[in-house]
Design a protein around this ligand. Structure first.
Ligand SMILES: [Zn+2]
Ligand SMILES: [Zn+2]
Length: 230
């Protein structure tokens, strides 16, 4: 009955609040998976462009539409041009100082997760890495188009690189995730799945952007950076 009520609520009003997770404090000894604060480099246009370097290590070809969508989102949040280009796996990367780099590696079943985000230093230049298991997504393409599945994971992992969500509306489960089910940073638990299944079926909406609370946190950070600029 409770599930039915929740489903009716979603159908009638789309009320994300019903499916919200509880905010949780950071458990002792747990580090943020990627960063502890919003990522100024990707959100404040101090470099000229954001370049996504795409490698296919194993498995099917990347869905180009998903990468196009990721680039549009990164440009919008980064306030500067963004683009993606293919790169031969493990070939040396020549990094330009006025460019921010995100390395997207399609690794197939080399990871058991849909996606993973971490950063590393290459020649003292921070590089934001996203691993995506495109093969794991293919198991669900009878329900959701493959490009949309990959886009949701790419936007989710990129959100971790942006430093989202902030602590005030995050909960810990395999890293910090957003309590709001209508956010690309939601962890796909039952509540978020129920909420989004209805929105996909009835509204054609996917988890392809961050929620209002995440966007407010970005606006607040930008305001702070703007005020503290010399
Ligand atoms: Zn995550
Ligand atoms: Zn959010």
């Amino acid at each position: 009955m409770r599930v039915l009520v929740i489903l009716m609520c979603t159908f009638a009003t789309g009320c994300a609040a019903t499916f919200r997770e509880q905010v949780s404090a950071r458990p002792a000894g747990i580090q943020r998976s990627v960063r502890g604060e919003l990522n100024r480099e990707l959100l404040w246009p101090e470099t000229k462009q954001i370049l996504f370097v795409v490698e296919r290590v194993e498995g099917h070809e990347p869905e180009r539409e998903a990468l196009d969508a990721l680039v549009r989102l990164a440009s919008r949040y980064g306030g500067r041009p963004a683009s993606w280009q293919r790169h031969e796996t493990n070939a040396p990367l020549t990094l330009e100082p006025d460019t921010s780099y995100v390395l997207v590696r399609y690794v197939g079943d080399q990871t058991s997760h849909f996606g993973v985000a971490y950063s590393e230093l290459i020649d003292d230049h921070p590089v934001y890495v996203i691993l995506i298991n495109q093969e794991a997504h293919r198991k669900f393409r009878m329900l959701v188009p493959q490009a949309k599945l990959e886009e949701q994971t790419l936007v989710h992992e990129y959100g971790h690189h942006l430093g989202l969500p902030t602590q005030d509306h995050g909960y810990y489960l395999g890293g910090l995730h957003c309590v709001n089910p209508n956010c690309a940073l939601a962890k796909p638990r039952l509540k978020a799945i129920l909420y989004n299944a209805f929105h996909i079926v009835f509204g054609g909406h996917y988890l392809e952007d961050y929620c209002e609370e995440c966007r407010r946190a970005i606006d607040a950070a930008r305001k702070h950076w703007g005020e503290s600029a010399p």
